[in-house]
Design a protein around this ligand. Structure first.
Ligand code: AMP
Length: 112
């Protein structure tokens, strides 16, 4: 996708603070962090969101990457939150599937 923000980050056309990359997944620090650790985990293949085209292969790659990044970021002992926003009511602002990995502090119990 030529004008997708996260596709441009994956291609290196927009700088990012990369924390993980393999053949299928790219992960980088959120530019507006909401926790001491706030990493965005995205598939390299452009998929709009959790409703569109997120097949088992993509989800497996994202979840495996999330677990590895969580360990590398020191979140394994105390835990973390892994969420994806979808569509208007989900407050999705970038239309490229991504998971937010949040941790490094006690997160609020309520999510909405
Ligand atoms: P969402 O609202 O779930 O679509 O999440 C999009 C996230 O992308 C937000 O948390 C933004 O802070 C983050 N974001 C937007 N632009 C950038 C960027 N250039 N680099 C890193 N994170 C970004």
């Amino acid at each position: 996708m030529d004008d997708c923000l996260f596709c441009k980050i994956i291609r290196g056309e927009i700088p990012s603070a990369k924390v993980f990359e393999n053949d299928d997944v790219f992960a980088f620090k959120d530019i507006n962090p909401q926790a001491p650790v706030h990493v965005l985990i995205v598939p390299k293949k452009h998929v709009a969101n959790a409703l569109e085209g997120a097949d088992a292969g993509i989800m497996d790659g994202l979840m495996r990457a999330a677990a590895q990044i969580a360990r590398e970021q020191g979140l394994a002992e105390n835990g973390f939150r892994l969420i994806t926003n979808c569509g208007r009511d989900g407050a999705q602002s970038v239309n490229h599937l991504h998971f937010h990995l949040l941790g490094g502090k006690q997160l609020p119990e309520r999510m909405a």
